[in-house]
Design a protein around this ligand. Structure first.
Ligand code: UD1
Length: 430
């Protein structure tokens, strides 16, 4: 297995461009199954999760062509030859479950194993099933798989007990071809939901209210093809901004929608970091001195994103004072604490709270990435730490960050991928 070798303590400087959003691309790819006409998606990041979703669609009979250099993906689901994505693909990535709504709408039947993905909690799918059941689907568990069928989805009034992002996406996708009107209350309001709705509307769907907690979908009989560009990745952009601040450098991240990053920018300013919005599509971040600890609570959008909580913890680890992080979205999202502690961070976990006592500096250590964003947190901490860090299992990072190592190197970071075993320190310029 490869590892990441990081020589910390080098301030990052320069500009870097955020890629298209992973979490917008995946539901949009799944929703491409709803049309028999070709769909072209622009701004698609070349990530392991995107390739897994492409493999899921191909296994169902869709043709998928991806140009990773231009970020353009062509999907044609003219004929589907199946409604059972292969078990090993679905178990690799939770987002494969996003084909549930589109397959029910398009084929009337679906068989899916329970989804896998990052080990950050139980992550049930009850809300997906409840919503689709209200629309006339029937589900049963057979040999560990969920089997669903319907003799025609119909519009319904659905209230989500929790604003689940994935459930909102599955229900919207199913509702666009249902008979009648669906009204979804307490819907998730994440920018990726708005992007999915805009994509579907560009194919002739009639969705209004996306981005608010009440979404209305008027069913239509068919969807056309389309050409659509996904929004920039707010989580990747936030991670890169944090990299600049943690290393004591200054980074400009381009191709961002600063509105989508409001909660992060507000918290960064509270620490005393220097954050400047350069128009609507670029942000500069850095710091001139020590930062103050702050408290933080993750919440559904527009609250602070759980997907940036681990990376922010890496920052808090060396802030002045004590900050409390409360994770309300996932019940097991502190697995990065172990690695940060190995690097000298002083963190106590008590249920959903992590109490972070700032230390003057972290020191390099051998650590292991436990999940995608937890791995990003360890990488950020390593970039800011004294000495050398070796990160095992960096493959988690390739699920969500495109050419991360190369792009950090362009900003001056001394980081490299080594295979199979690191033998020596990185020389300067690495
Ligand atoms: C999506 C994102 C993920 C992000 C998360 C929260 C994608 C591909 N992934 O994941 O990066 O961290 O939103 O912003 O877009 N829940 C239930 N029952 C359900 C569904 C969810 O209890 O039927 C719970 C989950 O266990 C979790 C919480 O709701 O504790 C949030 O999950 P959800 O919003 O569904 O996240 P995902 O769509 O899986």
């Amino acid at each position: 297995m490869d590892k990441l070798l990081v020589q910390g303590g080098v301030p990052l400087h320069g500009s870097v461009k955020a890629n298209g959003s992973k979490n917008a691309t995946l539901p949009i790819m799944a929703a491409a199954l709803l049309s028999a006409e070709p769909v072209i998606i622009e701004g698609v990041p070349d990530l392991m999760d995107v390739r897994t979703m492409a493999a899921v669609l191909q296994a169902l009979g869709a043709s998928v062509r991806f140009d990773p250099v231009d970020g353009i993906m062509n999907i044609s689901a003219e004929v589907l030859r199946g409604n059972e994505p292969p078990l090993q693909l679905v178990q690799q990535m939770r987002a494969s479950f996003l084909v549930l709504g589109p397959l029910l709408a398009r084929c009337g039947r679906v068989r899916l194993s329970l989804p896998g993905g990052c080990a950050i909690g139980i992550r049930p799918v009850d809300l997906h099933l409840k919503g689709l059941t209200a629309m006339g689907a029937h589900f049963s568990m057979v040999n560990g798989c969920i089997e669903g069928e319907t003799d025609g989805l119909k519009g319904a009034r659905i209230y989500l007990d929790y604003p689940s992002v994935g459930a909102t996406e599955n229900i919207i996708s199913a509702a666009v071809l249902a008979r009648g009107t669906t009204i979804l209350e307490n819907a998730a309001t994440e920018p990726e939901i708005v992007d999915l709705a805009n994509f579907l509307n560009s194919m002739g769907a009639l969705i209004s209210g996306a981005g608010t907690t009440s979404i209305r979908v008027e069913g239509v009989s068919r969807l056309t093809g389309t050409r659509y560009k996904v929004i920039p990745d707010r989580i990747e952009a936030g991670t890169l901004l944090l990299a600049g601040i943690i290393t004591g450098g200054e980074v400009i991240v381009e191709n961002v929608l600063s509105d989508h990053l409001k909660p992060l920018l507000a918290k960064l300013r509270e620490t005393g970091a220097e954050v400047e919005e350069l128009g609507h599509s670029a942000i500069r971040a850095g710091r001139s001195g020590l930062l103050r600890a702050v408290d933080l609570k993750t919440l559904p959008y527009p609250g602070f994103p759980t997907d940036l909580q681990p990376q922010f913890m890496a920052l808090l680890a060396t802030c002045l004072g004590t900050g409390v992080i409360t994770e309300t979205v996932f019940e097991n999202r502190f697995r990065h604490v172990e690695g940060l502690s190995c690097m000298g961070a002083q963190i106590q976990v008590d249920g959903r709270h992590a109490i972070v006592h700032g230390v003057s500096a972290l020191t390099g250590a051998p650590v292991c990435a436990s999940d995608l964003r937890g791995g990003a947190a360890l990488l950020l901490a390593a970039l800011g730490a004294r000495g050398q860090t070796v990160i095992s299992d960096p493959y988690h990072l390739w699920r969500g960050y495109y050419r991360l190592v190369e792009r950090l190197q362009e900003l001056g970071a001394k980081v490299k991928r080594v295979y199979p075993e690191p033998e020596q320190l990185i020389s300067t310029g690495g």
